[in-house]
Design a protein around this ligand. Structure first.
Ligand SMILES: Cc1cc2nc3c(=O)[nH]c(=O)nc-3n(C[C@H](O)[C@H](O)[C@H](O)COP(=O)(O)O)c2cc1C
Length: 275
């Protein structure tokens, strides 16, 4: 095995972190590995990577045990392979995602891609607009989760290289559905859930550039159309804290710090940087 490619979508950096650690570990085994944000690659270029790489992986954060819309769109736009290829999928989650990774077999099979292994990685919750169990944990807890994530990823890469990785969550479709069905309904309301405070907004344009759905247009303040994927980039990375969820702006003292993966190398623009 000589080359590998990891296609990933990431809202707030967790999945970027996992993809990055996977390629670093593969590099250590002399495999030339590249992580590619799906925001930055055309279907034609992705097709080329898929055909030429020895090892192909896809990763995303689970949203209500579902794939994020940008990942579905990316998979949907891939050309169908003439000769099928075996691939690996993973997702990042805060705790539970049923069949969150395996679920992609529906989209991948249509493109001639067969899932060999599926893996769930537990990362800190990025839902910094929520309090309590579902919200972002405190700093100490985040450190513990990240330490365990390092072990999880390293073990996974080891299993990939020794052909001992397996399909996680394959028989958890019912449990996944319990989260997926209500989440899909809730997501439809997302247009009404996020808005921007015109008085705070500096019209820097970062939210518009980062939005994977082209759902934001800056006028007096950012205006939202109805394609929100719920990735939380605008909410988490607005430098002026001007984006509100359910009318509440991001008040760090009241709602905790906005989430971004605790790795100093992470910058939101990495997610949309053309390679
Ligand atoms: C809208 C939304 C829905 C989520 N649903 C789930 C879920 O069903 N199960 C879970 O364990 N984590 C869930 N999470 C947590 C994220 O999947 C998790 O924190 C992920 O690592 C974030 O990755 P990212 O930083 O790459 O976007 C959800 C997060 C968001 C924003």
């Amino acid at each position: 095995m000589h080359t590998a490619v990891v296609f990933y979508f990431s809202g707030t950096g967790n999945t970027w972190w996992v993809a990055d650690r996977i390629i670093r570990r593969l590099d250590m085994s002399n495999i030339n590995a590249t992580a590619v944000s799906v925001d930055t690659v055309t279907p034609k270029k992705a097709d080329w990577w898929i055909k030429t790489a020895d090892l192909v992986l896809f990763g995303w954060p689970v949203y209500g045990s579902d794939l994020p819309e940008p990942m579905k769109r990316f998979l949907g736009a891939l050309p169908k392979l003439e000769k099928s290829k075996h691939v690996h999928v993973f997702c990042t989650q805060m705790g539970f995602s049923g069949d969150g990774a395996w679920l992609a077999h529906q989209w991948l099979a249509e493109k001639g891609l067969i899932i060999d292994t599926a893996q769930h990685f537990t990362m800190p919750s990025n839902m910094s607009m929520m309090r309590g169990f579902f919200g972002t944990p405190d700093e100490n807890r985040v450190k513990k989760i990240m330490a365990s994530a390092e072990t999880q990823v390293d073990g996974y890469v080891e299993r990939l290289l020794t052909n001992t990785a397996r399909i996680q969550g394959r028989f958890s479709a019912m449990l996944g559905m319990l989260q997926r069905v209500p989440f899909r309904l809730y997501r439809k309301k997302a247009r009404r859930l996020f808005n921007a405070d015109a008085a705070l907004c500096t019209r820097c344009g970062l939210c518009e550039s980062l939005c994977p759905m082209r759902n934001i247009t800056i006028k007096d303040a950012p205006e939202f159309a109805d394609r929100c994927a719920f990735c939380l980039r605008c909410y988490s990375f607005c430098p002026a804290n001007a984006i509100a969820y359910k009318g509440r702006i991001r008040d760090a003292a009241k709602y905790g710090k906005p989430y971004s993966v605790p790795d100093k190398r992470f910058k939101p623009l990495l997610l949309i940087k053309q390679i």
